[in-house]
Design a protein. Structure first.
Length: 231
């Protein structure tokens, strides 16, 4: 990991403060002053900033309410805001995303430093339920409930989607529960039956939900929420 990112990841310092400390000669790696922000460091290296030893923290599990027009990306060079930008300054290991959302979609995104846990969340093998609130451009035909329950073919796919539950909430509004995570799956499912999604918000992943978060806010999962994906 880059030195500046390691410091920001494992301390209270923001990325900008970490860079400033390095450039001003206040960072040491294995006893040597380093001014190269991009120096690659490992967890076993001794990294000291302002005389304080920086060590890796424990695993982190975050639930974030992703706003519209924010990317589900961990890249450092993105021009648009990313979900990682929304948790800047939070003390954590290098985070990745367990369940991405399209740029124009909103709702629950999980961020974690635990790769094995992330696999349990995202792998179709474990059939983790994901619940979406959708608003469509056209009225929803009631027969679509049965079509989704049986599974349907999406363009470019050789197998039907797994059974999904569609609850009708209004003429053009519904709540869809799926256990897969195919590319643009919700939009493609409605597209396959001749409709188009106008608004898409993910409300739940497994037993984790948005609680009372506002867009852009996040919270750390409690032990029960973390363990629920490991059962």
């Amino acid at each position: 990991m880059r030195l500046d990112k390691f410091i920001a990841t494992h301390s209270e310092a923001s990325r900008s403060l970490a860079k400033a400390a390095i450039l001003s000669g206040r960072a040491k790696v294995n006893g040597v002053v380093v001014k190269d922000q991009g120096l690659k460091v490992k967890s076993e290296d001794e990294i000291v900033v302002n005389g304080q030893l920086i060590t890796e923290s424990g695993e982190v599990y975050i639930a974030l309410y992703k706003p519209e027009d924010v990317l589900s990306s961990t890249g450092d060079d993105e021009e648009d805001d990313t979900v990682i930008d929304l948790v800047d300054g939070f003390t954590h290991k290098e985070l990745h995303i367990a369940g991405r959302l399209d740029k124009d979609a909103t709702g629950l995104v999980l961020l974690t430093s635990d790769g094995k846990w992330s696999h349990r969340v995202t792998s179709p093998k474990f059939a983790c339920e994901k619940i979406y609130h959708v608003v469509l451009i056209d009225p929803i035909d009631e027969e679509i409930v049965d079509i989704f329950a049986e599974g349907l073919y999406l363009r470019g796919e050789e197998k039907r989607t797994l059974p999904a539950k569609l609850e009708l909430l209004g003429e053009r509004e519904g709540r869809l529960t799926i256990t897969e995570g195919k590319y643009h799956q919700v939009k493609r499912m409605f597209g396959a039956v001749g409709n188009k999604v106008l608004e898409l918000k993910r409300e739940n992943i497994g037993m984790v939900n948005l609680r009372d978060l506002e867009p852009g806010e996040f919270y750390e999962l409690d032990d029960a929420e973390i363990q629920s994906f490991l059962k």
